[in-house]
Design a protein around this ligand. Structure first.
Ligand SMILES: Cc1ncc(COP(=O)(O)O)c(C=O)c1O
Length: 269
């Protein structure tokens, strides 16, 4: 039985792509942002809104890396990785320090995982403040490389991923994997239906705009997987990191704008 659920809104994507684009724009420096061609339109539009130049790649780690290298070679740009970098990890770790300052009784923290930078920072920060805290990753079943890696004790990378959580399709690297392997207690996987249900709950109950990759922490806590696991379900105070709200109207409401007009028409008639 969970007595308290705390959430901490930490817009990770916004924390990297958008401020980077804006910071570069303010200094008159071009920022080139490599984005998978499957990213929702609003993510792409928001990067452009802040002056970033969007360069599309395929939604695979290989394509991301090859595209980034090509941009570096052609333009002479400096690479800002999204997760496998100690500076990114330590910056993201500050969120767990703030979270524990605000909610010191937290016993369990749940964090989305893709490349593992966010989770690595959080687990180092949280366990340095409270070594007894349990830190869990939340991952989509359609891109469960972290869960597979933890299960077999070596870094697994998937050639193909398939999930609505478009921000969680990357793999861990040589810096994030050992941290996740040694410090993270477990990885919970959920399917896309559970993620959608958590998005709906966020809108209807918490009134928060949350993208699929960020709703996954709540999806993990609400899953049977979590509720039936005696190591996890005994926590009385659970913290969930909600890591972004980059999702368009159609995706977030689950209905098209035309459907919405129909609803208004029907109700008014
Ligand atoms: C919204 C959102 N949450 C969480 C993550 C996971 O971050 P990481 O790649 O550091 O695991 C990402 C990755 O980009 C993301 O876009």
């Amino acid at each position: 039985m969970i007595s308290k659920l705390h959430s901490y809104f930490f817009p990770k994507l916004v924390a990297i792509m958008l401020p980077l684009s804006l910071a570069a724009q303010l200094r008159g420096i071009p920022a080139f942002v490599v984005i998978p061609n499957t990213a929702p339109k609003c993510k792409v539009a928001n990067v452009r809104r802040y002056g970033g130049h969007v360069i599309f790649c395929e939604p695979t780690m290989q394509s991301r890396e090859e595209t980034a290298i090509r941009v570096l070679q052609e333009i002479g740009a400096v690479l800002v990785p999204s997760s496998n970098d100690v500076r990114i990890i330590s910056g993201q770790g500050t969120l767990s320090l703030e979270f524990l300052d605000q909610a010191p009784k937290l016993e369990t923290l749940i964090v989305p995982i893709s490349g593992g930078g966010l989770l690595s920072g959080v687990v180092i920060g949280a366990k340095s403040k409270n070594p007894a805290i349990q830190v869990l990753g939340a991952e989509p079943k359609g891109g469960d490389d972290a869960a597979q890696s933890k299960a077999c004790g070596r870094l697994v990378s998937l050639s193909h991923t398939n999930t609505i959580a478009d921000g969680l399709r990357a793999s861990m690297g040589d810096i994030t994997w050992p941290i996740v392997r040694d410090l993270v207690d477990d990885i919970i996987t959920v399917d896309d239906g559970e993620i959608l249900e958590a998005m709906r709950y966020n809108y209807e109950v918490l009134k928060v705009a949350v993208e699929p990759s960020a709703a996954i922490g709540l999806a993990a806590v609400l899953s049977d997987n979590f509720k039936k696991n005696s190591r996890w379900n005994c926590s009385q105070n659970i913290g969930i990191v909600i890591s972004g709200g980059e999702c368009g109207f159609r995706c977030s409401m689950g209905i098209t704008f035309t459907d919405y007009q129909d609803v208004i028409f029907l109700e008014g008639s």
